[in-house]
Design a protein around this ligand. Structure first.
Ligand code: ADP
Length: 248
């Protein structure tokens, strides 16, 4: 949705759980090809926001648009996944018994739009994508390795690769570098920078040096709404942000 300058648009979104407002009049938009980092203390509403975008949680008020025309609140979770919104949770969930190649191939077959994909046949376009994804996720030399034998970082990359096989427009990632070594974190930054522009990304992270390496714009969530937005330097220098992080 280049014309309107946004791929995702949340407007005045609220949701309560048993009277507690987890998301409170949240408004936020993401530009096509943007890599946005989301930070915020525990309980700020980061997970709930992702749940709303992916259709797992329905807000009580507000609107959520994908591009300028698709009202996401009219669709179910599986339908939203099929539109090209991929989500990765913190823990890697690859098929440990299968090889890297087989995991990626399987990701192609699990096209949510086509439930009866038993007759799946990889096209040459699919094979090209698979080769491209293998390079992107730094696993081109490990195609035939069993996923269970990969390092924690490599498993995370493989799972990102599985999402990329579906060529998503928007990727939502929850703490992608948690538990990684410094070297893996650096290579993940490289990976993310190579995705930027081709995909839009929303990354929830706590690792500030990783955020520094990948992001131009950071959104700080607090008590279910946007507390500050800007470069990492800008938000880190924001009085309200300092107060929230250091305690009152
Ligand atoms: P974050 O991901 O930023 O740590 P969450 O989105 O997980 O924050 O949670 C925001 C707030 O909403 C927290 O106070 C949490 O306890 C509450 N919350 C989230 N999901 C539920 C739920 N299903 N039922 C009740 N409370 C919830």
């Amino acid at each position: 949705d280049v014309a309107h300058g946004r791929i995702l648009y949340l407007d005045d979104v609220s949701v309560s759980f048993d009277g507690f407002r987890a998301i409170n009049k949240l408004s936020l938009d993401i530009a096509p090809g943007e890599l946005r980092c989301i930070i915020g203390p525990n309980g700020a509403g980061k997970t709930t926001m992702m749940d709303i975008i992916t259709g797992k949680t329905r807000p009580d008020a507000g609107s959520v648009f994908f591009g300028s025309t698709i009202d996401l609140l009219r669709y179910k979770e599986a339908e939203i996944a099929g539109m090209g919104i991929g989500r990765k949770f913190q823990k890697p969930t690859v098929f440990e018994q299968l090889t890297v190649f087989e995991n990626l191939e399987l990701a192609l077959k699990t096209d949510k739009r086509v439930p009866a994909s038993v007759f799946f046949q990889a096209s040459s376009e699919d094979r090209d994508r698979l080769a491209q994804v293998l390079r992107t996720i730094h696993l081109a030399d490990s195609v035939n390795r069993q996923a269970g034998n990969l390092s924690h970082g490599q498993k995370q990359w493989l799972e990102i690769g599985m999402l990329l096989m579906q060529d998503p427009k928007l990727l939502l990632l929850d703490e992608p570098v948690a538990g990684m070594t410094d070297e893996e974190t650096e290579r993940t930054a490289e990976l993310f920078l190579s995705l930027k522009g081709k995909h839009s990304l929303m990354v929830v992270e706590h690792d500030m040096s990783f955020i520094q390496a990948i992001s131009e714009k950071v959104t700080v969530l607090h008590e279910g709404s946007v507390l500050a937005e800007g470069t990492l330097q800008q938000v880190q220098g924001d009085e309200r942000v300092i107060e929230v992080y250091l305690g009152r």
